[in-house]
Design a protein around this ligand. Structure first.
Ligand code: PLP
Length: 441
């Protein structure tokens, strides 16, 4: 591994602490950082600041993104090829093959009614666009009063203002932004558990609550927005496909659109290509991001049905009012296309099942440990929920000492490993998490 032009890790880390915001960070009390000197396959190479390099399996896949691992030769080549042609052009009045081919592929693999694609820079922006589509759709249908979103508690949809307004009000810290955030309509969180039966009393109570909220607010709501099957950054919380069916029916009954945010769940993570497939329902608007480019570049997309596309296009504005500078960036489109093709060219579903089984058996012993409240696995996502907040620094270090990188939050230590992890690497991940928790929180 080459050292960066002689600058010591210690110096870089010191500059970082003075200069840089990190996600949800304080500049007054910067938290410890690790310096990445390289990454290949499933492993990060970290500089410990004292000149030593340690290797760690990235059990987070860089927050859901890096499904094929780092420096994948196919993805590297796709990027290089596109660099040799052109790296960026404006998308106003100009188009290019990478965007067209990627859009075609996404339409092909997404739920059947989904036919049109808007490319943007990040997941949050794709949710902004989804909300804008829904609002313009309702205006076009003469429902100007329908300006709110209906969602459930416990969700996460991004950090810009419109997505933030549909995040869980408590974990999304809405109290900090009172007056600046649109007040949306919140229903209760779906009852937990992917396997919860459809005649379960808690499920029935939840369905009844949602039905009455939807009926009460129908004239002010444009769309229902949720993360299907698995709420991610809101709490790594799986729920039953039956809940999604309820939401689809309510949307149809009241003339609302159903927006599914599959930014975390898309591209196989929960065991189906899109999580909505577990429920056998289709969205009107679909957001994808994160693993879209195999983790190489920031890009997301908002997809929609022909009804949504043409209703909005024929509406009062005569256009969808959005157009980012880096819309459909050719480098991002090229690497995304390569990543999607790479995923589909293999038996990804078998890989996700294999990882799922490894996570389930490897994390099972954690359920017996003192201080552990719940262990759950859905697809290639494994979660250990503790009885209280995780000591982030202690836990990160204890897991890292065992050769694994995790980033716990709140009361959760969790992993969504790259799909290329071997059984042995999955065992290393689950072993490191279990042992670190056994040491005490
Ligand atoms: C990460 C995430 C977002 C936001 O995506 P960014 O690229 O971070 O803006 C939105 N929705 C869900 C479900 C996510 O997991």
């Amino acid at each position: 591994m080459e050292m960066a032009a002689g600058v010591s890790g210690e110096t870089l880390l010191q500059r970082d602490a003075e200069l840089l915001w990190h996600p949800y960070s304080s500049l007054s009390e910067p938290s410890p950082m690790r310096l990445v000197r390289g990454a290949e396959g499933v492993r990060l190479r970290l500089d410990d600041g004292a000149g030593e390099t340690v290797e760690a399996i990235d059990a987070m896949a860089s927050w859901w993104c890096m499904i094929h691992g780092y420096r994948h030769p196919v993805l590297d080549a796709a990027l290089r090829d596109q660099v040799d042609q052109f790296s960026h052009v404006m998308f106003g009045g100009l188009t290019h093959e990478p965007a067209i081919r990627l859009a075609e592929r996404l339409v092909e693999i997404s739920p059947e009614p989904i036919q049109h694609v808007f490319f943007c820079d990040s997941g949050s922006v794709s949710v902004e666009v989804a909300i804008k589509l829904a609002l313009q759709y309702q205006v076009a249908r003469g429902h100007e009063g329908r300006t709110r979103m209906l969602t459930v508690r416990g969700g996460y949809h991004g950090d810009t203002f419109a997505p933030m307004s549909v995040c869980d009000p408590v974990s999304g810290m809405h109290s900090l932004f009172t007056g600046a955030l649109k007040e949306q309509v919140f229903g209760p969180q779906p009852p937990s558990g992917f396997d919860r039966p459809a005649d379960d009393p808690e499920f029935l109570a939840w369905a009844a609550a949602l039905a009455s909220i939807a009926a009460e607010h129908r004239d002010e709501v444009a769309a229902i927005i949720v993360e299907p099957i698995l709420q991610g950054a809101g709490g790594m919380y799986p729920y039953s496909p039956a809940c999604l069916k309820v939401l689809r029916d309510l949307a149809d009954e009241h003339g609302l659109l159903l927006i599914l945010d599959e930014i975390a769940t898309g591209f196989g993570r929960t065991g189906t290509l899109f999580a909505s497939e577990h429920a056998g329902i289709d969205p009107d608007i679909l957001c994808v991001g994160k693993a879209l480019t195999g983790g190489y570049l920031s890009m997301a997309a908002t997809l929609c049905t022909t009804d949504v596309a043409h209703t909005v296009s024929r509406g009062p504005g005569g256009a969808l009012m959005h157009g980012p500078t880096f819309m459909a960036n050719p480098l991002a489109c090229s690497v995304a296309l390569a990543s999607v093709e790479l995923l589909l060219s293999q038996d990804w579903s078998a890989e996700v099942s294999r990882i799922s089984a490894g996570l389930a058996s490897g994390l099972a012993p954690a359920a017996e440990l003192p201080g552990v409240k719940d262990v759950r696995v859905l697809g290639a996502v494994g979660v250990v929920q503790l009885g209280g907040p995780v000591d982030l620094q202690r836990m990160t270090e204890a897991v890292l000492r065992r050769g694994v990188w995790v980033r716990p939050f709140r009361d959760l230590v969790y992993t969504m490993p790259p799909y290329i992890c071997t059984d042995e690497e999955i065992a290393t991940i689950t072993g490191a998490i279990t042992e670190a928790i056994a040491e005490g929180n």
